[in-house]
Ligand binder design. Structure first.
Ligand SMILES: *[C@@H]1O[C@H](CO)[C@@H](O)[C@H](O)[C@H]1NC(C)=O
Ligand SMILES: *[C@@H]1O[C@H](CO)[C@@H](O)[C@H](O)[C@H]1NC(C)=O
Length: 839
């Protein structure tokens, strides 16, 4: 009994990276193709695909292989022809929008026997965090262990003469002795040397006994060179303060060579475990932490923060001892729908929206995929209608949605389709075939940009179909799994895909950047969609009954959401000296949301938009139930207040506002519900129904969520002013003029649309249209109602009951009487509008 219990416990907690989802050769309808951004053959010599495409160090092996790469932090580095170059940015600037720490080369480390041929270095091995790079010429070699979080860079020499070259001016001091430019070399023998150039002090340690090094500053170069060939380990570290020397000296003897990233699951908790492979005493491994590590580490062994620190784009790195870090996370338990029923005050409006939006869907032809990104965003939003229908007991509507989705997905399985996935053979992955040779297709999908954004949507839509159609699931499971394997493969044993393509496990989040543009700087500017990538994986794993993958996706999502909150959400109320917040500058935190986190800068900007609502909304969308964890009250409230001027500006698109209101509902659902009744556009990635459903399902103790009436009058009516002037519009004179009597009034048919409606002339059957200028009269002049033919008609505030304001959604302005009593959409405020009776 006792021993059985022990075995059960140890089995459930055993470290074991998950096995592959599948090892089958992908056979998508687009076949196989190689992209035009191939891996650098010399760097990958001796290896075969799949290769990492979005890791911090992909610049070593993509393009020409010399791009500055996003680590190993606190350093950034690049591979030169005969040396590894690195530095810690010594310039941190805030320009009002971004904090920047431009990369720099402090030192290069190589050996004097190296040929100087760029092809004479290659990857030895890599794991999910680190890579070993070897420079070799004849019998002489040097391996660099490029391990994120190590304060020291570590170089293992074999029969080679170490050569360090200053990247920051002349060496001025070596081993405490002044070095004169153009003067004699200064030599020193020992195991610890300080060397100073214009950027400050580095310490060079030998772990392999005394070595003789000599420093010389000539006009051509400043170098530190060994007296003869050396076999052993040197470590090099930036000493930014003399007060850091004690800790660095104490722990230099143990160095990391690799990392295992593992995890354990227990119910709705998971431990993420980093175990560094070390040479030396494991408990004496000195590493550096970022804020997201410190918050989640279990039983950490932290030396004083004053003992060692480096300020980076993710805030201060502080020391931790030991070769195992355990980071504890709560896993999301929300899957398809919100964990509570919609507030009863909102249900009738949600059901009305469901029926309207699903009827429009089933009346239209299937969406023919023209790309991955926009198609996916729309299909996932439409799929949510089926899930919401289920939650509201409107089960008869579900098949209308899934039928539409299935007809659209069918194109992905037919080789005759214009847009198709293909298996990309040079790196290993599923790409948009049309993007194999064109980075302008799908935002560089063919060069491995943005797959987590794109495939999260794809997986969500497929999971929704599969939830309701097991035959479809059985028929297409293998195929849809290609997309799961592309972004969430947990195992090196899948011979076709790298492990969790976008995730930087040390940085704690995903990078969207693939192998294009020489594969330099990394960025992530759409955390909402990055998170959604792992949500899509979670749903697909759940519906296919793959519990291991469901848990792995939950861990990916929990970690990604946490990093989003730490590095993208900004909190002016935090203290600048808080150990675990990344932006010490109050002016940075006042920006409320980071748009783009890159390796060397982070700022409130996007590649494509400058509005506050855009910068914030792209960190929030798509709006799904699992974002309950992401939309923390403090941040959504900050965003709401910060973006007020745009939220109240009628020229700013509702497709952004609806997302902001959804997130804000996590803080104040009643206010969000009222604000949402003013929306007339939800974009292609959201819907009226989903917006209201999300608001209606927020945790709430404040009474009914939906109170304001959000419907236009519906029926056939005449329109008149309060002075009894009736609106007339005829085939001969289409403009709406308040010139008639009750007897001569034109009758209009008012129909419902979400939050608004259409007005159709019953005599001419033409829909009333408003133009965007606010100068021309409304006119019964359109056979089909589109966005300019919708109006928001509400009880006018402050007027007698039954007196309405009419707002044209064409320009967000209210209708007034203009010259000749023509109805014109020209008033910016409701107070300035004309009151109408509709009866
Ligand atoms: C180095 O120290 C200076 C002075 O204290 C500080 O301003 C700078 O941020 C430090 N650099 C790093 C990378 O921590
Ligand atoms: C699917 O998700 C539900 C929670 O909605 C969970 O209880 C169940 O265990 C999951 N199943 C699998 C196979 O992941």
């Amino acid at each position: 009994m006792f021993s059985a219990l022990v075995i059960l416990c140890s089995a459930s907690l055993a470290l074991a990276v998950l096995g592959p989802i599948s090892t089958d050769a992908p056979a998508p309808a687009g076949g196989s193709i190689a992209n035009n951004q191939p891996p650098l053959a010399s760097f990958w010599a001796g290896h075969s695909p799949p290769y990492p495409t979005d890791d911090w160090w992909v610049g070593y092996g993509a393009g020409s292989g010399n791009a500055v790469s996003a680590g190993p932090f606190p350093y950034e580095s690049n591979l030169a022809a005969s040396s590894i170059q690195f530095g810690i940015s010594s310039s941190r600037q805030f320009d009002g929008t971004s904090i920047k720490q431009p990369t720099q080369t402090d030192w290069s480390v190589g050996f004097s026997e190296h040929s100087g041929n760029f092809a004479d270095h290659h990857a030895v091995q890599w794991d999910t965090q680190s890579v070993q790079v070897e420079y070799v010429t004849g019998a002489s070699s040097m391996i660099g262990y490029m391990v994120p979080g190590s304060p020291y860079l570590t170089f293992n020499f074999a029969s080679s003469t170490p050569l360090l070259t200053s990247g920051q001016g002349a060496i001025t001091s070596f081993g405490g002795t002044a070095v004169t430019s153009g003067g004699a070399a200064v030599s020193s023998t020992g195991t610890r040397f300080t060397v100073v150039n214009s950027i400050g002090t580095y310490v060079i340690y030998s772990l392999s006994g005394a070595i003789t090094l000599s420093a010389q500053a000539t006009a051509a170069a400043s170098t530190v060179k060994a007296s003869k060939a050396f076999t052993g380990v040197l470590r090099v570290v930036k000493l930014n303060s003399t007060s850091h020397a004690a800790l660095l000296d104490q722990y230099v003897a143990t160095y990391p060579t690799s990392v295992t990233t593992d995890y354990t699951f227990a119910g709705n908790s998971a431990d993420l475990i980093f175990t560094w492979g070390v040479v030396g005493t494991a408990s004496n491994l000195l590493m550096l932490t970022w804020p997201h590590h410190r918050i989640k580490m279990v039983s950490p062994n932290f030396p004083a923060t004053t003992a060692l620190n480096y300020l980076t784009t993710k805030g201060y790195m502080y020391p931790a001892l030991g070769n195992v870090w355990t980071l504890a996370y709560s896993l999301p338990t929300i899957t398809w729908n919100a964990p509570r029923a919609p507030d009863s005050s909102c249900t009738s409006a949600i059901v009305q929206g469901l029926k309207y939006e699903i009827a429009k869907l089933s009346a239209s032809a299937p969406s023919i995929p023209g790309d991955f990104y926009y198609w996916g965003g729309a299909i996932a939003a439409q799929g949510r209608l089926a899930l919401i229908a289920e939650h509201l007991g409107q089960t008869s509507l579900i098949s209308e949605v899934t039928g539409y989705l299935e007809a659209s997905y069918a194109y992905w399985f037919q080789s005759s389709s214009a847009t198709l996935p293909a298996y990309e053979t040079s790196w290993g992955g599923i790409i948009n075939k049309g993007g194999a040779t064109d980075v302008n297709v799908d935002f560089g999908n063919g060069a491995y940009n943005d797959h987590h954004f794109h495939y999260g949507y794809f997986l969500t839509g497929a999971a929704i179909i599969a939830k309701y159609d097991s035959a479809w699931l059985a028929a297409h499971k293998t195929y849809v799994n290609y997309f799961l394997r592309d972004i969430a493969n947990p195992s090196r044993s899948d011979p076709y895909f790298p492990v969790t393509r976008h995730r930087d496990w040390f940085a704690g989040h995903s990078w969207a950047s693939g192998v294009a543009n020489g594969a330099g700087s990394r960025d992530e500017e759409s955390t909402g969609e990055g998170n959604n990538g792992y949500y899509g994986a979670l749903l697909w794993a759940n519906v296919t009954g793959n519990t291991d993958m469901y848990n792995y996706a939950r861990l990916l999502l929990a970690t990604e959401q946490h990093a989003t909150q730490i590095y993208w959400h900004l909190y002016p109320e935090q203290s600048s000296t808080d150990r675990d917040q990344p932006y010490p500058e109050p002016a940075v935190r006042a920006l409320i949301t980071i748009g783009n986190v890159e390796d060397w800068q982070s700022g409130a900007w996007l590649f494509w938009g400058a509005e506050k609502v855009e910068i914030a909304a792209i960190q929030m969308l798509p709006v799904t139930p699992v974002n309950e964890y992401l939309y923390d009250s403090a941040w959504v409230n900050n965003v709401f207040n910060y973006a007020q001027n745009e939220l109240t500006d009628p020229t700013i698109d509702d497709e952004w506002k609806c997302v902001i209101y959804d997130a804000y509902s996590q803080y104040n659902p009643q206010a969000a519900a009222t604000l949402s009744t003013g929306l007339s556009d939800w974009g292609t990635g959201n819907t009226y129904t989903n917006t209201l459903y999300f608001i209606a399902t927020r945790p709430n103790t404040g009474g009914p969520i939906c109170s304001t009436t959000n419907a236009n009058p519906v029926g056939t009516f005449a329109i008149s002013t309060t002075a009894g002037q009736y609106v007339v519009s005829t085939a001969a004179s289409e403009n709406l003029i308040a010139s008639g009597t009750a007897a001569t009034a034109t009758k209009f048919s008012f129909a419902w649309q979400p939050n608004s409606g259409t007005i159709q002339n019953t005599v001419t059957s033409q829909f009333v249209t408003a133009d965007q200028s606010g100068i021309d009269a409304l006119a019964s002049a359109r056979a089909v109602a589109s966005t300019w033919e919708t109006f928001t008609i509400r009880q006018k505030v402050g007027a007698a009951t039954g007196v309405y304001s009419i707002k044209a959604n064409a320009n967000g302005l209210y209708v007034i009487l203009g010259a000749g009593n023509a109805l014109i959409n020209g008033a910016t405020t409701e107070a300035g509008s004309t009151g109408f009776r509709i009866q």
